[in-house]
Every structure is written in C-alpha cells, then in structure tokens.
Design a protein around this ligand. Sequence first.
Ligand code: SF4
Length: 267
Amino acid sequence: MAIPRSKVFSQSSLQDYLDCHYRFELGHVRAVRCPSPEAEPLAEWEERARRGNAFHWMAQQMVAGVPVDVLEPTDDEELSAWWARFKRDGMRGLPPNRFSEVTLSTALGGVRLVAKLDLLAVEPGGRVVIVDYKTHKKQTPKTLKGRIQTRVYRYVVAVAGAAFTDGATITPDQIEMRYWFAADARPSVTLDYSQAEFEADEAYLSGLISQILAQETFPKTDDLQRCAFCTFRSLCERGQRAGAVDEQEDEGLAMLADSGDIEAFEF
Ligand code: SF4
C-alpha cells in the first residue's frame, strides 16, 4: 500500500511504525478506529486518561494567564497533588517567553514532519526549552533520550523554532528538552542537544520516513508484548484482554488523542 506524499508524519505515527508496522497501517494509513481499551481495569484506565487530560488543560490555561486559584481542582486528590507539584516547580528555571500547545512542522524526506509541544519556553538569543508533561510513570534519562518523541521534537524545534524567536536562528546547543513528571516528586529530566545529535536525528528520521514511503506491506509485529496495550488486538486476533494499566509504559493513545494529537493534520 503506497503512502501518499501529502501525509504528515508525527512522533506518534513514527512510534506506531516502530512498535508495529501493521499498527501504523491501520491507524495512520487506513484510519481504522477500534474501541478496545488500551489497558485494564477499564475504569482505572479511563480515570487515568481523564486526569492526564485535565492536567494538561490546567497547565495550558495557567501559561495562558488564567489565575491558578481559578484552576484549583476540588474533587480529585491525585490531580490536586500533581497541581501542587506543578505550581511549585513545573515552571522553575524556564526562560521568560512561554508558549503552550505549540505546533511546529518542517519538510523532511519529501513529507512534513510535525511536532506538537506541551510548552516551548524561549529566551531571545539564548535557551530554548521544550517541555513535555508526563502523567505516567517516570522513565530513565537513557530511555527518554532514545524516544522518537525526543528526536522529533528537538529536531523540529531546531529547524522551525525560529517562528518563536522573532526569526533569530536556533542552534541545536541552545535547545533543551525537559520531561516533567506530574506523579513523581523527583526532579524533571532535562536532555541537552548538540549539532552532532541534530545531524544524527536528521539522517535517522529521513531514513525512517524513506523506509515507510517505500514499504508496500506492513506486517504485524512478532512481539506479542506490543499487542497487550494495542487497541487493535481484537481485530488482529492477538487477545481479548488488555494489559494491566500499571504496566503500561506511557500515557497511551487515549491521552494523545484527547490532548490534541496531530492526526487531524494527516492527509
Ligand atoms: S494488535 Fe499487535 S499486531 Fe495488531 S496492530 Fe496491534 S501491535 Fe500490531
């Protein structure tokens, strides 16, 4: 199945391709939607997704200037704890010019590559900090550094971030990516960037996009662990029951969709 060159690629579509080529085809080429939950128990999974979305919305509103006391959650102890932590150190040390829910894109490999950022904080002529809020369990700096999200976000900001610096060029060594964990009192994880990493990301991402565009069939993964948290598992006959919510590695598709994933830009 040929992928149209008009297709927009994102960190989530590339991650799906890396996890399972067939998941990429179903979700991003054929736009199949399956109602299966990603994890169980269902009520807990839905509650986590709702709380994560509420947190992202509150953080966005605060950056937009809404007074924090207006945003204070009243009936959710866990969300209140996240919010208290966010007010204490969620913005600590960030450059003064802050933009939430920023969408940037650039041309790469003959297609568009899009990054949707929770927050971009900019110091004119100085640091450029990409912030991503995580409401799931904390991951190690090594894992985060290898994430396709990290590679896409830092690369796209290096190429297209000048839209937020009054046109001043951004060099990779000005860029930091900060993962801030709502449910973990330990410090956030900050990853620097360099010219060498930028060049490596450009080669890797363009190679990955070329590989996808050249691919005619998209086989199912052999790694059954990938299927446990996949909404297509019934369709693929890879099991009826979802994996345990506590073992899910990331916020998952429900969070991405509800927090404004860039699927709407595709095609
Ligand atoms: S259930 Fe498994 S094989 Fe099917 S799309 Fe999902 S990850 Fe791929």
